[in-house]
Design a protein around this ligand. Structure first.
Ligand code: HMG
Length: 408
């Protein structure tokens, strides 16, 4: 079987953010609740001249350019999103047009809450490994705007962004043996957004957290049995762990649960010691994106991978990374990436910290203005919008013509 995996990765986040301290002040909540309790510092805010299509295309263009890939060589293009802009036309088709990807390409969307990105990844890898005439290069993009509405308990976990993965045979970044992946699924109502609703419903927040942790336990048990790893040995097997992060401290809760399961025969003091040691060395390097951007739903786990790559740099080479993907509803998967050596070029061209540093801070009033307008109300001329383009923002949404979304 041919080895298939990630050859490159890129991220796009909107150019505006609201500090959680400002959100807390506006609602009369202690800022420590958001900064310490949730572990979040800033949340990405999307201006109404951007949407998931433009963000997906911006991330996609970056990954094609940084890897030197000709768009004509892409034979599979998948966009995973749970915040689609059209009930019929795939987001992937808009992206195909913007990125000038050829017609000999399988193009479609996946919707499966935050798990959609991993669904696309596993399907692509398995298809590419097994079929003789399988695509040589696949582009998988995860793009979402996580919105909960003013005053909702989920509001401080909002975020937006897109992550693009280039998948290839003999991959440059990392490979995955999908036969070992551990899965867990169940019919639950922890987080859902009925058709026609702009913002989701969340079961009492604590219940959604419990669903996530139950799914982690199930997926881990399945992974351990597939990989033949005895209880208590998982941490020796993994150099890093990235969890789906609806808010930064969810990773802390998840890692604590993993340690409790792994070391259930040890006393509480020993568990605490192992937790502290492994959390700071194996989990913290992947937290930057969640802390600075918020939840980006499908791309959240993979923003953790970008954060890890930028923070650890060459230390990440030839390592095993455990990834826990969770999507409400619910579906979860635990998988392991094995990184290659010589990752310098891939890491140097990520520029994630640079993108974060270049963002503009906005006030609570500006945030409410941005998010009170619907996207149908883009009121700028294409010329004005064009001036918003920069090093990262190459595609923008300019409104509708004959009910068709327009981009420049
Ligand atoms: P909440 O009820 O506002 O917060 O909702 P809380 O009262 O539970 O407080 C949060 C934390 O802050 C707590 O820490 C408090 O103790 C602490 P914890 O006990 O959990 O460790 N705190 C303070 N700390 C320091 N100083 C203070 C202070 N005050 C309180 N002064 C919740 C929090 C996350 C539930 C809410 O934001 C929410 O509903 N979020 C949306 C749902 C969500 O993210 N669920 C997570 C699992 S589901 C999932 O991951 C799927 C998802 O990504 C969607 C998809 O798959 O499509 C969401």
């Amino acid at each position: 079987m041919v080895e298939v995996g990630l050859s490159d990765i890129a991220i796009y986040v909107p150019p505006y953010y609201l500090p959680h301290a400002e959100l807390a002040a506006a609602y009369g909540v202690p800022k420590e609740k958001y900064n310490i309790g949730l572990g979040n510092q800033n949340m990405a805010i999307v201006p109404n001249w951007e949407d998931i299509v433009s963000m997906a295309a911006n991330a996609g263009l970056q990954v094609l350019e940084k890897s030197g890939t000709d768009p004509g060589d892409i034979q599979s293009l998948i966009v995973s999103t749970e915040s689609s802009v059209d009930h019929s036309k795939p987001v992937a088709s808009f992206v195909q047009g913007l990125l000038k990807i050829g017609t000999r390409c399988r193009v479609y969307d996946i919707k499966n809450a935050c798990y959609g990105g991993t669904a696309g990844l596993v399907d692509s890898i398995e298809r590419m490994s097994h079929t003789v005439k399988s695509p040589r290069k696949s582009l998988l993009i995860m793009a979402d705007i996580a919105r909960y509405g003013f005053g909702n308990l989920g509001e401080p976990t909002q975020g937006a962004g897109a992550v693009a993965l280039l998948l290839e045979k003999n991959p440059g970044l990392c490979s995955v043996d999908t036969s070992l992946n551990g899965v867990f699924s169940q019919d639950v109502f922890d987080f859902w957004r009925p058709t026609g609703y702009a913002v989701p419903f969340v079961a009492p927040g604590k219940l959604s957290i419990e669903c996530y942790l139950m799914a982690l336990e199930g997926a881990l048990a399945d992974f351990r049995s597939n990989a033949g790893i005895e209880q208590g040995k998982l941490m020796d097997h993994l150099d890093y762990v990235i969890y789906h992060m609806p808010f930064t401290n969810m990773a802390k809760k998840a890692h604590r649960r993993l340690i409790e399961i792994e070391y259930r025969d040890s006393d509480l003091e020993t568990q605490e010691e192992i937790f502290n040691k492994t959390f700071s060395s194996k989990v913290v390097p992947g937290l930057m994106g969640a802390r600075e951007v918020g939840n980006i739903y499908t791309g959240s786990l993979y923003m953790g991978l970008v954060s890890l790559l930028e923070n650890e740099r060459e230390k990440i080479e030839d390592k095993r990374i455990g990834l826990f993907s969770y999507g409400s509803g619910c579906m979860a998967e635990f998988l392991v990436y094995h990184t290659n050596t010589k990752l310098g070029k891939i890491i140097d061209s990520l520029h994630f910290k640079e993108q974060l540093d270049k963002r503009k801070k906005i006030t609570f009033e500006e945030y409410t203005q941005f998010y009170s307008k619907s996207q149908e109300g883009v009121s700028y001329s294409p010329g004005e919008i064009n001036s918003m383009k920069n090093q990262y923002t190459k595609f923008l949404f300019t409104g509708f013509m004959d009910h068709k979304r327009q981009y420049i």
